[in-house]
Design a protein around this ligand. Structure first.
Ligand code: DC
Length: 225
């Protein structure tokens, strides 16, 4: 039997994870947060105190890492690093910066490529990331490029951090968003870009419910479900 796949790509803070998780529950698909997998590697590099852009240090580490994923009833993808649940730890700001650099290494991307494809071969998936529609699942049934203005995205990230009790100023969050955008779009290996056959969805100024409706309409129209 062949499975269906929905690829959602876009810059950080556009609401990909929240929306993809809600869509997966609504459609009965498996939600795969590929950023969380990259973040688990970023966390491992951060903990060792290594330079995340130094391939000579990072690459030998890959084979030592036991990266696990498990899905809970709430649809949340829990990440495990050598047996430890790091689902919360990978959300720290420092990990975001490390991950952005680690994920620019082509060998790291190659290391995760097959793992992501295997999930799509064995499940109906809704997968979010930066290169899902362009590299990982070029044959995806639906491709969406989800975006919003940098200010909107920084505002959401800022609210999220505050809710978790983490200290940050809006200016520094906006600066982080812009730096990550520049790195994610400017890197040589699988840069963030819209696939030619992807539908663009801009959620600037939209509420969560409005964004969800926009994506559901695109998906239902394309998949005819
Ligand atoms: O979506 P996120 O913020 O959790 O992603 C964290 C970092 O990982 C981000 O800087 C981009 C990178 N990433 C990537 O390069 N490719 C993916 N498919 C997913 C994430």
């Amino acid at each position: 039997m062949s499975y269906r796949s929905i690829a959602i790509d876009g810059p950080s803070g556009a609401g990909k994870s929240t929306l993809a998780r809600m869509l997966a529950q609504e459609l009965g698909f498996l939600y795969v947060d590929t950023g969380a997998i990259y973040r688990t590697i970023g966390l491992a590099v951060l903990r060792r105190g290594w330079d995340p852009s130094d391939a000579a240090q990072v690459l030998p580490l890959l084979n030592e890492l036991d990266i696990g994923m498990r899905y809970e009833d709430d649809g949340v993808q829990h990440m495990f690093l050598n047996g430890e649940d790091v689902t919360q730890a990978i959300r720290q700001n420092a990990v975001s910066q490390y991950t952005s650099q680690v994920s620019a290494l082509p060998e790291v991307r190659a290391f995760l490529l097959e793992r992501q494809r295997e999930l799509a071969r064995t499940h109906d998936v809704i997968m979010d990331g930066r290169d899902i529609g362009t590299v990982v699942l070029p044959q995806a049934d639906v491709k969406i490029f989800l975006t919003a203005s940098p200010e909107d995205r920084a505002q959401r990230r800022y609210a999220e951090l505050k809710e978790r009790g983490q200290e940050a100023s809006f200016a520094s969050v906006l600066q982080d968003v812009k730096e990550r955008d520049a790195r994610d779009t400017g890197r040589a290996a699988a840069p963030l870009r819209q696939a030619e056959d992807a539908r663009r969805a801009d959620t600037s100024g939209l509420t969560l419910e409005e964004s969800l409706r926009l994506l559901l309409d695109i998906i239902k129209e394309t998949l005819q479900v």
